[in-house]
Ligand binder design. Structure first.
Ligand SMILES: Nc1nc2c(ncn2[C@@H]2O[C@H](COP(=O)(O)OP(=O)(O)OP(=O)(O)O)[C@@H](O)[C@H]2O)c(=O)[nH]1
Ligand SMILES: [Mg+2]
Length: 232
């Protein structure tokens, strides 16, 4: 029963990915997307993409880059809302758990170049561990989100890191504390979160509110800067 359900979910994700591939705003040269997405897999689940530049159009000006970013973290910490706020500047109060993986694309300028961020929103439910595993390949950077009003979501950060690094050893990771607007319900100080970030050797720590929009654009600007510094 559980197995059948999983297969259905994965098929819908593949359909979605295909749709996104054709609807993306970046005009990729013919065949480039296929080349980018279909590298032979290494045993650890990491594709050979990591060794390749993310520069898509080398000769044209401006240059175009494409990066895959995964968002992970406990259920209901606000991963989907962070992406929604960033991409469509909107917010939904009702919680609707993500099923499997959702992919959204956002384009931005970095200096004279154009960067396309592929944002892979992974369900935080434990049931979807297998699905998450299958969609991690080719990731450039991970964002682990926790809820500033729920201590357990910070305590679980180590588990998320293990899940990711089991598939992609040493993938660079950023830590994000979301729901900063709920100041009175806050359970985690900035210092405690920064300590966790340092203990795990993560890139940086940021606090966001998908509800107010605070620091959301800055978060993705910082992630983009990190990616570009690593790839240029
Ligand atoms: N106050 C406040 N609520 C938020 C914020 N971000 C998300 N929420 C709420 O938290 C709940 C969960 O948000 P989601 O974005 O669906 O959480 P998720 O991490 O994607 O959850 P899963 O898909 O189950 O992994 C929703 O009710 C949102 O309205 C925020 O910054 N502030
Ligand atoms: Mg979600």
């Amino acid at each position: 029963m559980g197995f059948d359900f999983l297969i259905l979910v994965e098929l819908s994700i593949i359909e979605k990915q295909r749709f996104l591939t054709f609807s993306t705003r970046v005009s990729l040269p013919k065949g480039v997307w296929g080349q980018l997405r279909e590298g032979p897999e290494h045993p650890g689940g990491q594709s050979d993409l990591k060794k390749r530049s993310r520069l898509v159009t080398e000769k044209s000006s401006p240059k175009r880059w494409i990066f895959k970013i995964i968002l992970m973290g406990d259920y209901a910490v606000g991963k989907t809302c962070i992406i929604r706020r960033y991409v469509s500047d909107s917010f939904i109060e009702d919680y609707k758990a993500s099923i499997g993986v959702d992919i959204t694309s956002q384009e931005l300028n970095y200096e004279d170049d154009i960067v396309q961020l592929q944002l892979w929103d992974m369900s935080g439910q434990t049931d979807f561990k297998l699905v998450r595993k299958q969609f991690m390949s080719g990731t450039d950077i991970g964002i682990i989100v926790f809820d500033l009003t729920r201590l357990s979501s910070l305590q679980n950060v180590g588990r998320w890191i293990n899940e990711i690094h089991a598939m992609i050893p040493e993938l660079p990771l950023a830590l994000v504390g979301n729901k900063s607007d709920l100041d009175r319900e806050r359970q985690i100080s900035r210092e405690a979160a920064e300590k966790t970030m340092k203990e795990h050797g993560m890139l940086f720590y940021a606090e966001t509110s998908a509800k107010s929009g605070d620091n959301i654009t800055q978060l993705f600007a910082d992630v983009t800067q990190q990616l570009m510094e690593d790839n240029k």
